[in-house]
Design a binder for this molecule. Structure first.
Ligand code: ZN
Ligand code: FE
Length: 259
């Protein structure tokens, strides 16, 4: 049984740990110190590092960790991250034998062009997705490098995973994201219920990540480009009905940039 836990880093990043058999794989170590402290305290052996994308808050700790704990580094091929042993483009299935785990690599350009998501269909019973800054709980990443069409296509790939899949994203942004979701769809009862649930968790200092894909499909405006209320909100921004899913998504994403 593989256990998934979070190491908080910076103001709101999550470094995800996959642990089993005295081994640990680390996803998106933006800082080295919390990972080194974990390895020291637990005695776990580092079996792999996985990077979703090249932003410093996701890879900043890699060099320092690898200097002390050599391990394979799985990372986007186009970013040439120092230490990469497995340069990935998406579409691969990677093996982490120490954990008895295989993960599917999904190319999800948009936030960055090389952005990857890692999906394990057997993790946590229902499957788990590590999606960095592409799909956030109740939101999605900004378009730093890609186009709205690329991001919408990437999110559409994630949306068709099994609905119970656990969504492990790179930041604790849920509460702020839900304020925007409510502005997009003021009458969505699932959003109202999620706001209450997330407020209770944050008040108790608990993480709101992971979520379930089913909850994202019901409440996340960046997966709901075809929902009538979201299309209507996009139309109000554009001054005319969005021509297609990409136009609907793009209008909502542009609104969020200035919300
Ligand atoms: Zn990022
Ligand atoms: Fe980030």
């Amino acid at each position: 049984m593989i256990e998934i836990t979070a190491l908080p880093a910076f103001a709101d990043n999550y470094i995800w740990l996959l642990r089993a058999n005295g081994c640990v794989a680390v996803i998106d170590p933006g800082a080295a110190a919390p990972v080194l402290a974990h390895l020291e305290a637990s005695g776990d052996r580092l079996c792999a590092i996985l990077a979703t994308h090249h932003h410093p808050d996701h890879i900043g700790g890699i060099a320092e960790i690898l200097a002390r704990h050599p391990a394979p580094l799985f990372a986007p091929a186009i970013n040439n991250i120092v230490g990469t042993t497995h340069a990935l483009h998406g579409g691969e299935r990677i093996a982490l034998p120490a954990l008895g785990l295989e993960l599917d690599v999904i190319a999800v350009p948009g936030h960055t062009l090389g952005h990857l998501a890692y999906y394990g269909s057997s993790l946590m019973g229902d499957g788990a997705l590590f999606c960095g800054d592409t799909l956030f709980t109740a939101g999605c990443g900004r378009l730093f490098e890609g186009t709205p069409a690329q991001m919408q296509s990437s999110l559409a790939k994630l949306a068709v995973l099994p609905a119970p899949t656990f969504i492990y994203c790179g930041h604790e942004y849920t509460q702020a994201n839900l304020r925007f979701a409510r502005a997009v769809e003021p009458d969505n009862a699932d959003i109202a219920a999620r706001i209450a649930d997330v407020a209770a968790k944050r008040a108790a200092n608990r993480p709101t990540v992971p979520s379930r894909l089913a909850d994202e499909l019901a409440t996340n405006p960046f997966l709901r480009w075809d929902a009538p209320a979201v299309r209507a909100a996009a139309a109000a921004r554009l001054g005319h009905a969005p021509a297609d899913a990409v136009a609907s998504f793009a209008a909502i994403r542009a609104w969020k940039d200035h919300f």
